[in-house]
Design a binder for this molecule. Structure first.
Ligand code: AMP
Ligand code: MN
Ligand code: MN
Length: 332
């Protein structure tokens, strides 16, 4: 038998076949991505959702946040009409598919629905994925979950139009940091070539994702940079800052405008690790961490109840900033 040329990842071809079989025979397909969705989570889910809908399938798509809100940066993605609030989600789905979630906890309030699902297909690329599905399509070598979503769409024999490609491309450029991070493989570029060939607009997608923010963003960034701290003796060098609710309230800046701040902080040459603590609307601190390679931030964040990748990870803290930083330093 000639091997399938695409059967190169760690996902056995039999598992792909099983996923195709489950999807083909289901009456309704329930999709869920991780909470606080990024371009990869939402992009992979909407891409598969649109492909299935175009094939006449019944699809539900959501993520498990009570305060259900698509981040402003991602509202340009096609397929938003597929989304519904988690309250409307099937309580015990016949078939549920998750996107970019390494643990069942990252499904938020939909974790229970996942536990009750008859079949749970997990699509992910986190090395830390716990394999919480009845079928786990996990490839830690994939640049993003959208790579697995594209493969699944291909194996279902469904076409990728410009709208679907836009969602896949958004996930790819988000997770590779515009082809700058270590996840930038030849396969990632080949995938980009296939997607751009559908006629999508890379310039427009880049502008939506990174190159637009309200004026207040600059003022908040100013305040945040004003209090940035460099601790060269901690780990391989630590640079960190925080963004309070008060900072944002002063300029009416929504929480979801803060995503780019870590990319300003992490450029610091004297530091291996960068940290931004962001106070959300509930007063919890969402902590973003990045490393240039000396520190495994996935390990550090996992020890603090979060997770992520070796060089980009995060966790949630309910402690004051100084206490959070102290527990973080203790792990370096
Ligand atoms: P961010 O700093 O929000 O861009 O997150 C970077 C990575 O860290 C994400 O891709 C997630 O895998 C992971 N991550 C962020 N926040 C959390 C959290 N609260 N719990 C678990 N993983 C997280
Ligand atoms: Mn993600
Ligand atoms: Mn991802």
């Amino acid at each position: 038998m000639t091997p399938d040329p695409r059967d190169v990842g760690p996902v056995p071809v039999g598992d792909w076949d099983r996923a195709v079989g489950l999807i083909s025979s289901a009456d309704e397909i329930a999709l869920a991505c991780h909470i606080s969705p990024d371009g990869d989570a939402l992009g992979s889910m909407l891409a598969l959702g649109m492909a299935l809908r175009a094939a006449g399938r019944r699809v539900t798509a959501s993520f498990g946040e009570r305060r259900f809100r698509v981040p402003r940066l991602l509202r340009f993605l096609p397929g938003q009409e597929l989304l519904s609030e988690p309250d409307a989600y099937p309580a015990a789905p016949e078939l549920m598919i998750t996107f970019d979630a390494p643990t069942v906890e990252r499904l938020g309030v939909l974790a229970g629905n996942a536990a009750r699902a008859r079949e749970l297909v997990v699509l992910d690329h986190h090395p830390s994925n716990t394999g919480f599905g009845t079928l786990n399509l996990v490839d830690p070598g994939a640049a993003a979950t959208v790579a697995l979503a594209e493969e699944l769409i291909h194996r279902l024999g469904l076409p990728v139009d410009k709208a679907i490609a836009t969602c896949l491309y958004a996930g790819l450029v988000t997770d590779t940091g515009s082809f700058r991070h270590s996840s930038t493989t030849p396969e990632a570029h080949l995938m980009a070539a296939r997607l751009v060939a559908t006629g999508l607009n890379p310039e427009e997608i880049a502008r939506e994702l990174w190159d637009r923010s309200p004026f207040g963003y600059l003022r908040v960034l100013g305040a945040v940079l004003d209090r940035v701290v460099l601790e060269p003796e901690v780990g391989g060098g630590l640079v960190w800052t925080s963004v309070t609710r008060a900072d944002r309230a002063a300029y009416g800046l929504p929480y979801d405008e803060l995503e780019g701040i870590i990319d300003v902080i992490r450029r610091t040459e004297e530091a291996d690790m960068a940290v931004v603590l962001k106070e959300d609307d509930d007063g919890a601190w969402q902590v973003s961490t990045r490393s240039k390679g000396a520190v495994d931030v996935a390990r550090v964040c996992a020890a603090l109840g979060g997770g992520g990748h070796t060089k980009a990870a995060g966790f949630t803290s309910h402690l004051p900033v100084e206490q959070t930083m102290a527990s973080l330093r203790a792990l370096l």
